[in-house]
Every structure is written in C-alpha cells, then in structure tokens.
Ligand binder design. Structure first.
Ligand SMILES: [Cu+2]
Length: 425
C-alpha cells in the first residue's frame, strides 16, 4: 500500500510524486522568482501562530499544510542578485534569490521540504543546527544520494526545538556556498510568550569575490573575498533596522562566510541570548557590545531599545565595511594622484588610488570605476559621506512610530544640543 510517506521513497511511486510536485512547484516557483514579494511575512493563515522574523532584504517562504505536515518548496537555481544599487551579481540561490527565503515554523510541527534542483550540477540541503534523522541531514553521499539536476527530493522531519538555524548545500560546498546558495531556518517556540520580542531581525553573513567589472564570483577563493555581505547585500544596499522606542529587539545572525565577524552595535549593550545550539539561559548571559560570530555559527542578541537615535551596526573588521577592496592597491600617501586614477583605470580595471592624505576622499565617490563595480567606501548620511561599504547598516530607534509602522523613518532628528560641535577659537 502506498502511504504518503513511502510515496516519496519508493522508486515508481516517486515519479508520480515528482509529477505531483512539479505541478505544485510550477504553480509557486516562477512567481516567487519573478517577484521577491513583501519584505515582511504576512500573518500565517494556518499552522501554529507565531511572530514572524524580519529578514533583512529578504522574505519568508510560503507554505501549505497537508495532512499534518507543513510543506515548503525550495528551488535551487541560478539567480541575479543586486548587491547594492549599481552592482548585480550572477549567484546561485533558492526561489529567485540569494539567500533563499527564510523558512519559519513552530517547535513541534512536522515539516516536509521539497527541494527541486535547477542548478547545472547536483546539490543537497543540510539543515544546520537542527535535530533531524540522519537520513534527512543532507550530506550528499553520506546521508543521501545527491539530487541530480532536474530532480526533486523531499525532506521530512519534526521540529524538536526552537531557535535560529540555517540551510545550505552539503554538495560541492566550496562552489555552491561561494555562489550564495543558503538560507535561514527559524523555529519559533511553541509557547508564543516564550523568548518574546517586539522586533525580530535575521540575516546571514556571507562574502563574495567578484573582480571589479565582472558579475560572477570566483568560487575557488579561500580568504581574499572583496565583497562582505549580509544576506548577499552590501552597504548602502542593506536594509536599516527600524525600531520603536521601548521595543525589545532581537537580531539573529548566521555566518556562512569563510572567516569570523565581530558584529558591533553602537548605543547599546546587549546579551547573547541564543546560538544554533539553542537558547542561552538568562543566568549564563553576559553583556556585550560586540559579538564574534564564528564560521558556521549563529548568534542571537537582544536589547531593550530605550535610546532613540541612528545607531551604526556593522562588522568591526574594517576591511569588511568596504566594497571591492583591491588587494593590489598601491599606497599613494605622499603622491599627488590628480588624474592618475582616471588614466590607469582604463588599463587596469580594478586600479584604485589612495588619496595622498589617506583614503577618505573615496567616500565622496570621485573615483572612476569600471561598470558593475561599487565604490570602495560610499553612502551619504545627514552630515555627509559615510565612507562605508560591505557589512554596515543602521539601527533606527524612534519615538512616536505608529504601532506596526516600521517603514524607514529617515535620518534621526537630534534634539538641540546633542550633536558634537566645532569649537571656534
Ligand atoms: Cu566581518
């Protein structure tokens, strides 16, 4: 007898299953690919209610419930991702984007995740940090056969614990992760008042090595990445984090780049309340202003947003708040650069001259750049050039935001007498 379960695990019936899947996937996937959809998740229409996360520059996957299973569908495929206005990259992702959509579900639920492979090579999906049966762990060759191009596999498991997790391939990993194939998996507590916050942000930390003027990451790069990104976006392309004064805020971060990132928040001290291993007991939490997120790890931080302002939030490795850092940049300090850069860039596309007094001039975007290349330091704030790139954005804490209205409130209007000022002689 064919049950739902063995429908997907027996040979002939699997074809039938795949045909059924194709129909549902074709109904859902092309629309997703064409339209990234809303940036916030609509309230769930079925399953256990939860307070959805806000995925920076992303969205959460739709689902359907069927006979007690919550079903999602990931389509691994080549995508074009705008890293920031002015630069698009050829990446691999799921459902039209890198990272793929955030999967959100509730502790205790059973999930079935269909994975369709539209990549040119085989793939799998590993559920990082999640407690699943060995055969659902997604390590190609070890725990399952690889998913060949054109095929669909189903993963099925119950969500044993709440927390912050991620998904990524465990097949040709170096290439597939360097191409941006990854996503977040958030499991909410069964009891909605547990670990409750008002604002719950999430993003993945990743990195790319894309030569200035080109579009496709160099997949063999070990350490010398030149674009340091959050959810495959770089400043000024990373969403701000708007927050109402008085909100309790959580920010969940997962690191799928190849180096650690000390993530620093201005204006607040926070507690590390969770890792991909689970929630940190209150008695074990200590205050921090920077949390190091190791490779292949997740950290959730929390704070009470009681101080209004525009608070910088960034990686503290200073090379990671710059874009397309040329590692062959000659030091120009002491040299009059005048027109040198304009002439040299026609011969050496990734040539970037340092100003003779330092590099701050580059924040004014005066440098000639090859096409599809972001300035190394860029962005403008209310007081001028921000001189940032890469892993940088702003937590915007505001009084008087209408409840539920978390659109970007613009720049902070500082009360009189609260801005650093020039002392006149
Ligand atoms: Cu960093």
């Amino acid at each position: 007898m064919i049950t739902r379960r063995n429908l997907f695990t027996t040979g002939g019936a699997a074809l039938l299953g795949a045909a059924l899947l194709q129909r549902s996937s074709l109904a859902a996937a092309p629309d997703l690919a064409a339209d990234p959809g809303p940036k916030t998740t609509p309230p769930p229409t079925d399953g256990v209610a939860f307070r959805p996360v806000v995925t920076l520059n992303g969205w959460s996957a739709p689902w359907r419930t069927k006979e007690g299973w919550k079903e999602f569908h990931l389509v691994a495929e080549p995508v074009v991702r705008e890293l920031a206005p002015g630069m698009k990259a050829n990446l691999w992702g799921y459902n039209g984007a890198s990272p793929g959509p955030t999967i959100e579900a509730v502790e205790g639920e059973k999930v079935r995740i269909f994975v369709t492979n539209r990549l040119p090579e085989h793939t799998t999906v590993h559920w990082h940090g999640m407690l699943v049966p060995s055969g659902m762990d997604g390590v190609g060759g070890l725990s399952q056969p690889q998913i060949p191009p054109g095929k669909t596999f189903a993963y099925e498991f119950a969500l044993k614990k709440s927390g912050t997790f991620m998904y990524h391939p465990h097949a040709d990993e170096m290439v597939q992760m360097a191409m941006g194939l990854m996503g977040l998996f958030i499991v909410h507590p069964r009891e909605s008042n547990q670990h409750r916050v008002d604002r719950d942000f999430a993003f993945l930390i990743n990195a790319f090595d894309i030569d200035p003027g080109s579009h496709t990451p160099k997949v063999a790069t070990m350490n010398d990445f030149n674009l340091w990104s959050w959810n495959s976006r770089v400043f000024p392309g990373i969403d701000p984090l708007p927050v109402r004064k008085g909100d309790r805020v959580r920010i969940r971060m997962g690191n799928l780049s190849m180096t650690n990132h000390p993530i620093h928040l201005h204006g607040y001290d926070f507690r590390v309340t969770g890792t991909d291993g689970g929630w940190v007991a209150p008695a074990a939490q200590w205050p921090e202003v920077t949390v190091d997120v190791p490779v292949g790890a997740m950290r959730a931080i929390e704070f009470a947003a009681d101080e209004p302002g525009d608070w910088a939030f960034h990686c503290h490795k200073s090379h990671h708040t710059m874009n397309a850092m040329g590692h062959n940049v000659p030091t120009m300090i002491g040299v009059d650069p005048k027109d040198i850069a304009k002439r040299v860039v026609t011969l050496i596309p990734d040539y970037m001259a340092m100003g003779s007094r330092g590099m701050a001039d580059m924040g004014e975007m005066e440098m000639p750049l090859p096409p599809n290349t972001l300035p190394m330091m860029t962005g403008r704030g209310p007081f001028g050039a921000l001189e940032m790139g890469g892993m940088f954005t702003v937590v915007k804490v505001r009084e008087g935001l209408a409840r539920g209205d978390y659109r970007d409130p613009g720049w902070y209007d500082h009360p009189n007498g609260t801005v650093a000022y020039e002392v006149k002689a």
